[in-house]
Design a protein around this ligand. Structure first.
Ligand code: ATP
Ligand code: MG
Length: 568
């Protein structure tokens, strides 16, 4: 009995994470009229990364789960760093992940008039003042968590003077940095965010939506909670670094809310991934300095990079499900993400054959000029996926690594006198290898056993090794980009003494030309599709690819061959 109760409670805690539990309780209590409205609030100052995907899955996912809505709100309060290019990319990435905000596309800048009015009201009520000090002076007076701060000499200005100065700040009469508007709260508060936080600063850079209409811009803490309130957001879910901001969030919301409705902030742990960085500032630096080829470089932890790399939305969402939401910071292994990618691609990727490092094999007893067509399964994991045809002829390519002249004992691939099966085709036996004057193998001679093709009496004959191959005459040349981890340090963010750029993996991209594709792969090399190159890994055609210059990105190696390659 005790056992069954325990199982039941484990079951219920597994089905709802702690944020969902809070939402479920609020809905049950009928808070906010029983409404659920979340928001995803990106700042359009960069492309979204996998960390944002975690927030997106939470914000949109919880709304879907409980029949609520989720707003997309651009947190565009700093015109210096923001741009429409980022707005567009963010929308594309959210849609690609499979979420939709309907007609609820909002901008913090939509609320600039209301925020300005609130600031005027707080000034009139003696709750805000204009400070003429520099940001350095203000920072120096802030104190420390154990030492109280010092009050600004401008703290007790009259309401009239504050009103006049703030309006003139917005009229453009003062230079950037000359003055700020601060909330008059408590310079001795235990919470540093209550020590007269800055509400507005002067910025004279045009805004991507409001142009030059404003010369003062609200700080995050003065914009976020109120924007939530203006929009009717009920649950403002964010990451743990905002825990100490929450009292200030509530403080400003108190100026607006009544007992019928108020938004609340809930925090969960950020996604951090090994062998990469998640800071937008650092990602921007990689892009600007040309250390990667753009925000969507397939080595980047960005959603657009992962899309170009061939990751699927399902694999990213499954990964985020796997790691879950907690209240403790953690570092998640990139291997887990890669596992989720393999798991999904195994189900959806079409199988084909490509030889990355080709060596020619001549089947000496196969009649010259003869060819035949073999039927290949498109995906053994998907019974509805059908088959495609693959030509076979006297000369084929196999991987150079699949032949050894003097093999060790457990080498089950091709060697003189040995037999292997050509995947989906005949068993061949190596007779000898042809070398150039330097001793390099240029060609391998084999004979085939005509009885071993599928459907023939000898097709059940067992040999230890099976190789992928491509008919030489029919092969189409392609370029393949092999990607590896962007950094060679597990947690670059944890090495403050080292410039993160010095930790970049110099071998994160290898370009291989002269790869031999079976015709089916060449004909279907359309960007956005997923293939498994048999025995090698998962690949996706790059958007650069053209019929005359086919380019595939390696999404990820097959686990086994990766391990094997590493152990060699
Ligand atoms: P910045 O440091 O430039 O503000 P940011 O990563 O916080 O960058 P935002 O555009 O402000 O970027 O983030 C939008 C939302 O995504 C926020 O709610 C933020 O909490 C969430 N978010 C950002 N990074 C992560 C992460 N690594 N894991 C989970 N959520 C994240
Ligand atoms: Mg942020």
């Amino acid at each position: 009995m005790a056992e069954s109760i325990k199982n039941e409670s484990q079951e219920s805690t597994r089905t709802l994470n702690f944020v969902e539990q809070i939402v479920a309780d609020d809905l049950k209590e009928g808070k906010n009229g029983g409404r659920l409205n979340t928001r995803f609030p990106p700042e359009p100052n960069g492309y979204l990364h996998i960390g944002h995907a975690k927030a997106i899955c939470m914000d949109f996912g919880i709304a879907e789960k409980f029949g609520g809505t989720c707003n997309l709100r651009f947190d565009d309060t700093n015109p210096v760093k923001e741009d429409v290019e980022y707005v567009d990319s963010i929308k594309e990435d959210i849609h690609w992940l499979g979420f939709d905000w309907g007609n609820r596309e909002y901008y913090a800048s939509d609320y600039f008039p209301q925020l300005y009015d609130l600031a005027l009201r707080l000034i009139k009520e003696g709750k805000a003042y204009v400070d003429d000090q520099t940001s350095e002076e203000i920072a120096a007076q802030k104190g420390t968590p154990t030492q109280p701060g010092v009050e600004s000499p401008y703290r007790n200005r009259s309401v009239d003077e504050n009103l006049d100065l703030f309006q003139r700040m917005n009229a453009g009469e003062f230079e950037e940095g000359a003055r700020v508007l601060r909330a008059k709260i408590d310079m001795t508060s235990d919470n540093m965010h209550f020590r007269d936080p800055i509400m507005y600063r002067i910025i004279k850079h045009p805004h991507h939506r409001t142009g030059t209409a404003w010369n003062v811009y609200p700080m995050y803490d003065f914009a976020h909670g109120q924007s939530d309130y203006f929009e009717g957001v009920t649950h403002s879910i964010c990451t743990l670094e905002f825990v100490p901001h929450r009292p200030l969030y509530d403080y400003f919301v108190d100026e607006l809310a009544d007992e019928t409705y108020r938004p609340r902030q809930i925090e969960f742990n950020r996604l951090n991934l090994t062998y990469t960085v998640m800071s937008k500032r650092k990602l921007l630096q990689l892009v600007k300095e040309g250390l990667v080829q753009g925000w969507d470089d397939p080595r980047m932890p960005t959603i657009s990079g992962m899309r170009r790399r061939g990751y699927t939305p399902a694999s990213i969402r499954n990964f985020i499900d796997l790691i879950g939401y907690t209240k403790y910071e953690a570092l998640n292994s990139i291997s887990l993400l890669e596992h989720a990618v393999r798991d999904d691609l195994n189900k959806v990727a079409t199988r084909g054959m490509a030889v990355i490092n080709p060596v020619k094999v001549v089947i000496t007893n196969y009649p010259e000029g003869q060819e035949e067509v073999l039927e290949m399964e498109n995906n053994p994991e998907d019974p509805t996926s059908g088959t495609h045809q693959m030509p076979f002829s006297r000369e084929i390519y196999i991987e150079r690594e699949d032949f050894m002249e003097n093999p060790p004992k457990k080498f089950f691939r091709l060697a003189p006198g040995g037999e292997v099966r050509l995947k989906g085709g005949y068993i061949i036996k190596c007779t000898d290898a042809v070398k150039d004057s330097d001793g390099n193998i240029v060609e391998i001679n084999c004979t085939y056993d005509p009885e071993t093709r599928s459907g023939m009496p000898g097709s059940m004959r067992k040999v230890k090794g099976t190789l992928h191959w491509v008919s030489a005459k029919h092969a189409v040349d392609a370029t393949v980009r092999l990607y590896d981890r962007l950094f060679n340090v597990e947690n670059p963010a944890a090495e403050p003494d080292c410039d993160f750029r010095e930790m970049l993996n110099p071998d994160s991209l290898k370009i291989v030309t002269g790869v031999k594709l079976e015709p089916f792969l060449a004909q279907n090399a359309v960007s956005g599709t997923h293939f498994q190159f048999q025995r090698i890994g998962y690949f996706t055609p790059d958007y650069d690819s053209t019929p005359d210059n086919i380019v595939f990105n390696r999404t990820i190696s097959l686990k086994d061959s990766w391990e094997k390659a590493k152990n060699k």
